[in-house]
Design a protein around this ligand. Structure first.
Ligand code: SAM
Length: 225
C-alpha cells in the first residue's frame, strides 16, 4: 500500500524511463521532499533486488521505511544539504573500500536524484513560480555536485528498445511557466544527455506541475569544451 498518490506518478515516470530506477544499475537514490514517503517506497521496492540505498529529506517527519535513511530538515538550508552530502559520501566510501580492497577509493556519485519538493500553493502566481524556481535551483546545484558523471567515451546504449544515457539522472517537479522553461534551457539542457518534460496522467490536469526527467549527467559543459 503506497502512502501517497504521488507514488503512481513516479511509477509511471520510471516505466517510461527505466534507467531512473533500474534494479541492476541503480545503487544510490536521493529523494528530496520525500514525506509522507510514497516515492521512497517505490524506489526502495524497485531497488530491493539490487543493492540500492535511498536517502530522503523533508521538512516534515516521515514514518521509517526499510532501506531508506531519512533526514528531517529544510533542503534550502546549507547545513541540511551538507549533512546529506556527507552521509551519502561516507556510505559510498565505506562500500567501495570493501569492494575494491586496496584499490582506489573515491566517491562514485549518486545514480538518481529525485525531487518532488513543492511548498503549498499560495495562489499568488508570482510567488508560486518564485518558490518553484528556488527549490529547483537548490536541487539542481545539489544534483550537479553529487550525480555520477558519464565517463569519457561512454556511449548511449539501447536496452529493451529504450536509450540508456550514461551518467546519473535527475527527476524534478516544476511549476509550468516560461521562467522555468528558461531555467531548463540554461541550467539543465547543457548538463545532461537528454531532458524531457513529463506530465504523468496521475498528475491532476488542472495543476501547473510537471516533471523534468534529466537523463545522463555529463558534468559542467564548460569543462567539456
Ligand atoms: N513524493 C512524496 C511522496 O510520494 O510521498 C510527496 C511529496 S509532497 C508533493 C512535497 C513535499 O515537499 C512535502 O512533504 C513538503 O514538506 C516538501 N518540501 C517542500 N519544501 C521543502 C524544503 N524546502 N525542504 C524539504 N522538503 C520540502
Amino acid at each position: 500500500v503506497y502512502r501517497s498518490r504521488s507514488s503512481f506518478k513516479l511509477l509511471s515516470l520510471s516505466k517510461t524511463h527505466p534507467s531512473i530506477l533500474n534494479p541492476s544499475t541503480t545503487r544510490s537514490v536521493v529523494d528530496l521532499g520525500a514525506a509522507p514517503g510514497g516515492w521512497c517506497q517505490v524506489a526502495s521496492n524497485l531497488l530491493k533486488k539490487g543493492r540500492g540505498k535511498v536517502w530522503a529529506v523533508d521538512i516534515l517527519g516521515m514514518e521509517p521505511i526499510p532501506g531508506v535513511e531519512f533526514i528531517k530538515g529544510d533542503f534550502l538550508s546549507e547545513e541540511v544539504r551538507d549533512s546529506l552530502k556527507a552521509r551519502v559520501q561516507e556510505s559510498q566510501l565505506g562500500q567501495q573500500r570493501v569492494e575494491d580492497g586496496a584499490g582506489e577509493v573515491g566517491f562514485r556519485g549518486i545514480d538518481t536524484v529525485l525531487s518532488d519538493m513543492m511548498a503549498p500553493m499560495t495562489g499568488i502566481r508570482i510567488r508560486d513560480i518564485g518558490i518553484s524556481l528556488q527549490l529547483c535551483t537548490a536541487a539542481t546545484i545539489f544534483a550537479r555536485d553529487v550525480l555520477r558523471k558519464a565517463k569519457g567515451g561512454e556511449e548511449v546504449r539501447k536496452e529493451g528498445g529504450k536509450k540508456v544515457y550514461p551518467g546519473g539522472n535527475l527527476v524534478m517537479k516544476f511549476f509550468a511557466h516560461p521562467d522555468l522553461d528558461e531555467f531548463r534551457k540554461l541550467e539543465l539542457d547543457p548538463w545532461f544527455g537528454k531532458v524531457v518534460v513529463e506530465k504523468p496522467k496521475e498528475s491532476r490536469s488542472e495543476s501547473s506541475e510537471a516533471y523534468w526527467v534529466c537523463l545522463g549527467f555529463k558534468g559542467d559543459p564548460d569543462d567539456l569544451r
